[in-house]
Design a protein around this ligand. Structure first.
Ligand SMILES: Cc1ncc(COP(=O)(O)O)c(C=O)c1O
Length: 407
């Protein structure tokens, strides 16, 4: 028999549009490491990597669940104690909720994917902020729906431009994504803006998808539920143990569907999709009730640590000639802007920074900003002394880069 020609097996087209720059850029960092340079990873928002510890009572709850034999499949919507705890937490935050409208998910991420899949398909639009958390654009590309990007404005503390949101609404609009507190900008939104966004969803009858994974990490204390100002507006909220409970690897999250009966079919659709993946991580879900009902003292300490790092980040980045940065009010991200010469992109700047210094940030265009605008995202979870050293390195690199050296 003649030898068979072996060619590469093709990948489905949809993979091309599934872009998640926060992790995609790690391939570049690995090359830099292979060349012998130490890389400082400021790309992924994982507090555990930077020495923040998962609370012991949550680790014990998962251990206990495993020892007690809770290792089988769970109900696809999740175990009742977790769903009840989520419903209670929503209600405390100002969003009336019942356990039958909660689904336990593998992180906020799976909740987002389930909801978008249940809501939108080819030819449909979903309103998404720019800059955005890139999972939204990636999932919408995968399911063939379009992103209608609305502006958030660095000159106004990265608040959404509500008039722009309104101008993008068409009969094809299926949902409005709101990330408050925000990644990548670290912004929290004003009561007026939240109310206006809720009213748009209510009037135009599409769900507001409220990504509230950072709600407990605003430096001034937890922010209230987005749905609070109008609990009858169609809102689906998402969160997890990843950030505020310092357990991102557990993939323990939830979504909760607002009380409006307009959302009943969507809830049924989400549950139907959830049946297909059987359940989320079983033992980890046993930590959800202890997290939401138990001791949260770690959060106050975490918020203090974040504020200290945010202050340092803000003052040190703004001291660099050519860089401006808006003060974050939550989470562990800042979105500075470097004034780039014509023809140079944010990716050029970030990759040159990586190759020259080993400091890994993510270019703004990975979050949907214009490559020429020069935004990049910094994760400021490292200890303050380390961060100060990193900002010295960024300052020196930027001076050289903008002077045309090393480009
Ligand atoms: C805005 C936002 N939503 C969702 C997620 C995903 O979180 P989870 O670990 O709960 O899937 C992240 C993670 O960084 C995020 O920043």
């Amino acid at each position: 028999m003649p030898p068979r020609a072996i060619s590469a097996i093709p990948v489905a087209n949809r993979v091309r549009g599934f872009v998640y720059a926060i992790r995609n850029i790690v391939a570049e960092a690995r090359k830099v490491e292979a060349a012998g340079r130490k890389v400082q990873y400021l790309n992924i928002g994982d507090p555990v990597v930077f020495g923040f510890h998962t609370p012991a009572h949550l680790v014990e709850a998962v251990e206990r669940a495993m020892r007690d034999g809770q290792n089988g499949y769970a109900p696809s919507a999740g175990i009742l104690p977790a769903r009840e705890a989520v419903a209670g937490e929503c209600a405390r935050r100002g969003m009336p909720m019942t356990a039958d409208r909660v689904v336990i998910t593998s992180g906020t991420s799976e909740g987002i994917e389930l909801a978008l899949t249940a809501l939108a398909g080819p030819g449909d639009d979903v309103l998404v902020p720019v800059p955005t958390y890139p999972l939204y654009t990636a999932v919408l590309s995968k399911i063939g729906a379009r992103c209608a990007f609305y502006r958030t404005d660095p000159a106004r503390g990265w608040l959404p431009d509500v008039d722009h949101v309104r101008s993008l609404i068409t009969p094809a609009t299926r949902a409005l994504v709101v990330i408050d507190p925000n990644n990548p900008t670290g912004a929290t939104y004003s009561a007026e803006v939240r109310r206006a966004l809720l009213d748009l969803a209510d009037e135009h009858n599409f769900p507001l998808l409220a990504d509230e994974v950072y709600a407990d990490l605003a430096f001034d204390g937890p922010v209230r539920a987005l749905a609070e100002a109008n609990p009858d507006a169609p809102v689906i909220t998402f969160s997890s143990l990843s950030k505020a409970y310092l357990a991102p690897g557990w993939r323990a999250g939830w979504l909760a569907v607002g009380r409006s009966d307009r959302l009943d079919d969507v809830l049924a659709g989400i549950k139907k999709l959830a049946d297909g993946r059987l359940c989320s991580n079983g033992p980890m879900a046993h930590a959800i009730a202890p997290a939401l009902l138990g001791d949260r003292s770690h959060q106050a300490a975490f918020r203090r640590a974040l504020r200290e790092r945010a202050d340092l980040t803000h003052s040190r980045l703004n001291a660099i000639e050519g860089i401006t940065s808006v003060m974050p009010s939550a989470a562990f991200y800042a979105m500075p802007r470097v004034t780039l010469p014509p023809g140079v992109t944010d990716e050029d700047y970030v990759l040159s920074l990586l190759r020259a210094t080993g400091v890994l940030c993510v270019y703004g265009s990975g979050f949907g900003t214009d490559p020429a605008d020069g935004f990049f995202r910094v994760v400021f979870l490292a200890p303050p002394v380390e961060l100060a050293g990193i900002y010295d390195v960024i300052a020196e690199f930027t001076r050289n880069f903008l002077a045309g050296r090393g480009r």
